[in-house]
Design a protein around this ligand. Structure first.
Ligand code: FES
Ligand code: FES
Length: 173
């Protein structure tokens, strides 16, 4: 069944008619030409499609487009609306990608991790609250971003790229 919705993607309202079974990822990529989020597995297993939904990380291949109406969808492109986000710059500085296919998802996920740490969500590695220790460790970054796979195995450079921004944002000593 088709229905008319308006998605707010990277700050722009985008009206469209979709089958109610359409994923947010397919709606963005195939209907709106918003191709920042990538399709890897289409099953919630790779993280290439990661976007922020009202600031919270989600796999957009697992979200129905109709349920995203009224929420703010932010992709890696949206993070760069006012010029490159610091994560874009540190990913370049640290060579944190090879083919780049996973990179928009990695960067969007990393932006979510930094926000989570700033809010003091419980550690994914220890019993501690991250914000109490301003300690977004390498292990914490790896654990929190374990849903973002990189076929090129650029992890060794992705972690320091995220860590550098964590220091700059005060969530890592
Ligand atoms: Fe969504 Fe892989 S394409 S998790
Ligand atoms: Fe190629 Fe990550 S840079 S998949």
């Amino acid at each position: 069944m088709d229905t008319q919705i308006t998605l707010r993607v990277d700050g722009a309202d985008r009206p469209l008619t979709v089958d109610t079974r359409t994923s947010l990822l397919d709606a963005m990529r195939e209907r709106l030409g918003a191709t920042s989020a990538k399709k890897g597995c289409d099953h919630g297993q790779c993280g290439a499609c990661t976007v922020l939904l009202d600031g919270r990380r989600v796999n957009s291949c697992l979200v129905l487009a109709v349920t995203a109406e009224g929420q703010e969808v932010t992709t890696s492109d949206g993070l760069a609306a006012d010029g490159p986000h610091r994560l874009h710059e540190t990913f370049v500085d640290h060579d944190a990608y090879q083919c780049g296919y996973c990179t928009p998802g990695q960067i969007t996920s990393a932006a979510g991790v930094l926000a989570e740490a700033a809010q003091g969500w419980p550690s994914a590695v220890t019993e501690d609250l991250v914000a109490d220790r301003t300690d977004l460790t390498d292990a914490e970054i790896r654990e929190r971003m374990s849903g973002n796979l990189c076929r090129c195995a650029a992890y060794a450079n992705i972690v320091p790229a995220v860590a550098q921004v964590a220091v700059e944002q005060g969530v890592r000593a």
